[in-house]
Design a binder for this molecule. Structure first.
Ligand code: DAH
Length: 340
């Protein structure tokens, strides 16, 4: 029996060397120490021995059992440690590895320009509003005091969907929509897309953007118009910007004017941007025609107002030195990225 115990111990030592994984160690524990193991068998068969023999053999068997247990536990701990090391290695992050460059988009220069114009007017208490791009003849022409034979109404200038429906040629119809739903005093700007039958070239596009403005209240005069638009020019183009108003004609304003700003490239000396004149035309404006106010049911004895409209592309081209309007619509990332 004792030699049997020694053999079991030797066998256990031998097998332990082979063990390379946790489940195998568990299997071995069952095989050597479980209910069906040879060791258990020996302990069970001790009934036939004398008490002394039983005591001695029992002690020896228990010693063997303990030794095997310790051996297996030691191996298990080693295997667990090795497994942990492997996992650490696999999960190691190389913080020196260069990252993947993410392509970051940029706002379109027209969006940037519209946001800038809007911010300037918002700082002066204007509200930003919008109107539909698909308009009707009433809002785009009739209500804006355009004569029935006004040339801009021609099929050759305007995209008609049918006789009454068209793509708006200007943002001015938003003036009419505002007057029909809001009571004065009011102070709004309306940025948006406009459409005209123009053949594309460096300065023309059948789709373009405008920002419209409308102020109506008691005692509004041409002085308010000039003060507001001069302030806009200084906030938009720099504190040194000077403005100049030239008489003009628009059906929906009387009197009407165009506003020039001193060239922000040369400061007024004359350069290629201002074509030597020192001035750059930036917007149309005027005192709202009483016929337009009447469409909104406004008492023209009590209220007056001024309006203005500017081309966003024109301002963006001048500001960023873009020499072809078509670049804005080609969605060439190399162009747009320059405005980040
Ligand atoms: N709607 C005009 C255009 O497209 C621009 C304009 C001029 C708007 C004078 C105005 C204004 O509100 O008062 O050419």
């Amino acid at each position: 029996m004792q030699s049997e115990l020694a053999r079991i111990l030797a066998e256990a030592r031998e097998q332990l060397k082979q063990i390379a994984a946790l489940p195998e160690a568990e299997e071995m524990r069952v095989r050597f120490l479980g209910k069906k193991s040879q060791l258990t068998e020996i302990l069970r068969s001790m009934g036939s021995l004398t008490p002394e023999e039983r005591k001695e053999l029992g002690q020896q068997a228990n010693a063997v059992r303990e030794e095997i247990q310790t051996m297996i536990a030691g191996r298990l701990a080693e295997l667990k440690e090795a497994q942990k090391e492997l996992r650490f290695k696999a999960e190691t992050i190389d913080v020196t590895e260069p990252g993947k460059a993410l392509a970051v988009g940029a706002k379109h220069p027209l969006t940037v320009t519209i946001e800038e114009i809007s911010r300037v007017f918002q700082s002066m208490g204007f509200t930003v509003t919008e109107g539909p791009e698909i308009e009707d003849v009433f809002h785009n022409f009739d209500a804006l005091n355009a004569a029935p034979d006004h040339p801009s109404r021609e099929m050759t200038d305007t995209f008609y969907i049918d006789e009454k429906i068209l793509l708006r040629t200007q943002t001015s119809p938003v003036q009419v929509r505002t007057l029909l739903k809001q009571k004065p005093p009011l102070k709004i700007i309306a940025p948006g897309r406009c459409f005209r039958c123009d053949t594309p070239d460096a300065t023309h596009s059948p789709m373009f953007h405008q920002v419209e403005g409308l102020v109506v209240g008691e005692g509004i005069t041409m002085a308010d118009l000039k003060g507001t638009l001069d302030t806009f020019a200084k906030l938009m183009f720099g504190a040194d910007a000077r403005t100049k108003f030239r008489p003009h004609h628009f059906p929906f304003t009387e009197p009407s004017a165009e506003m020039d700003v001193s060239c922000f490239k040369c400061g007024g000396k004359g350069c290629s941007v201002c074509k030597g004149s020192g001035w750059i035309e930036v917007l149309g404006c005027g005192m709202v025609h009483p016929n337009v106010l009447k469409v909104g049911g406004i008492d023209t004895e009590k209220y007056t107002g001024f309006a203005f409209g500017m081309g966003v592309e024109r301002i963006a081209m001048l500001k960023y030195g873009v020499d072809d309007i078509r670049l804005f619509y080609e969605n060439d990332a190399r162009f747009i990225e320059q405005f980040k």
